[in-house]
Design a protein around this ligand. Structure first.
Ligand code: NDP
Length: 335
């Protein structure tokens, strides 16, 4: 039974790309669980791009990590000791008490998970978790994907993008085009994931590569990247095209606000709709999403990959790896 937890603290707010020296691994004794509390040993930690935003200074209604305090993030773990009704030793749970090996906290901080046969526990941080729901919500609710449409997904080999492309295919898209940062990832998209076409955005202009991949234009763009990808997509969108603005990772380490797309007037001319969303606002869709996605997984109609770093000591490396494109599929730390 763990009597201490190793946990990562942010000790310095990064300027630009975060560096290892901005973080410190700290060991802390754990109290015994009190009334309605549980002791949980984490087994997988989620590494997510949004964490970069939490490393900056807090603004009006934007939260941030406190310095010299344990960071938070998605985690799955196993209940070791419980003094709460409804949670028993051995239960698999999801929490936001990541970036640490173990935690003692109020039972309300944990959601009990029901395992899906043949699917690893780590999937609750990826394909069956927050990234998967983001893909589902973005395509279906926000962009309103319809059968027969052409879809472009950026960041397509990542946790959200790889599912967005597959859901588009399963929901009847005529063509699904993806962009990613290496030739290996491009092969993964058109091979294993069934994208119609894909390109390496580091090989040349996104604008030209997208035009070649979608010569008749795009109906829906699922944006994970922003910047030049968004500008190229606005150019390639057909009249009345829709964009689900999920993220803009190309600007997350910028020290100045990146310039906006230069072709904003096309939004008017082509009557385009660009709509941002936060997955947390769409929790009501979670049961429908888990049901539909679990069926696709069990029937082998979708597939997923994970990039797993071992040990709490490698969590910062794993997080930094997201910024360098070291992950294919979901980036995780196994404890
Ligand atoms: P990913 O698994 O996609 O990992 C990040 C990937 O981004 C890297 O693997 C890398 O792939 C790519 N990348 C890094 N830097 C750049 C760059 N400068 N230009 C282009 N691509 C870059 O992460 P997620 O799937 O978890 O998240 C994808 C996006 O969705 C992020 O923008 C994230 O913030 C957003 N998001 C939004 C949510 C919401 O509620 N709106 C919820 C969850 C995620 P490559 O090798 O292709 O460069």
């Amino acid at each position: 039974m763990p009597s201490a937890s190793q946990e990562w603290h942010l000790v310095k707010r990064p300027v630009g790309r975060p560096a290892a020296g901005d973080f410190r691994l700290v060991e802390r004794a754990l109290p015994l669980p009190g009334d309605n509390e549980v002791l949980v040993r984490n087994t997988y930690l989620s590494m997510d791009p949004y964490m970069r935003a939490l490393m900056g200074a807090a603004e009006a209604d934007i939260p941030s990590y406190q310095l010299d305090r344990p960071m938070t993030g998605g985690a799955v773990g196993e209940v070791v000791e419980s003094r709460a009704a409804g949670l028993a030793p051995g239960d698999l749970v999801l929490s936001d008490l990541g970036w640490r090996t173990a935690a003692v906290a109020d039972a309300g901080r944990f959601i009990r998970l029901r395992r899906v046969e043949g699917v690893p526990d780590s999937a609750f941080l990826g394909v069956l978790g927050m990234p998967g729901l983001s893909a589902y919500v973005g395509l279906i609710e926000i962009a309103g994907l319809r059968e027969g449409e052409t879809v472009f997904v950026s960041g397509a080999a990542g946790a959200v993008g790889s599912l967005a492309g597959q859901i588009a295919r399963l929901r009847g898209a005529k063509a699904v085009i993806g962009s990613a940062g290496s030739d290996e990832k491009v092969k993964y998209l058109t091979g294993e994931l069934g994208f119609t076409a894909a390109f390496n955005y580091k090989d040349g202009s996104v604008h030209e590569q997208l035009r070649r991949a979608a010569p008749t234009g795009v109906d829906v763009y699922f944006d994970n990247v922003g910047g030049d990808h968004l500008e190229a997509a606005i150019d390639a969108l057909k009249p009345h095209g829709r964009v689900a603005l999920c993220g803009a990772i190309s600007g997350y380490n910028a020290t100045e606000p990146p310039p906006g797309p230069r072709n904003m007037v096309d939004l008017v001319k082509k009557r385009l709709t660009l709509r941002g969303f936060e997955v947390g606002d769409h929790a009501a869709l979670q049961p429908q999403f888990v049901r539909e996605t679990s069926n696709w997984l069990v029937d082998n109609r979708i597939t997923f990959r994970e990039t797993v770093e071992d040990g709490i000591g490698n969590a910062v490396n794993a997080f930094l790896g997201l910024m360098y494109g070291r992950n294919t599929g979901k980036m995780l730390v196994r404890i």
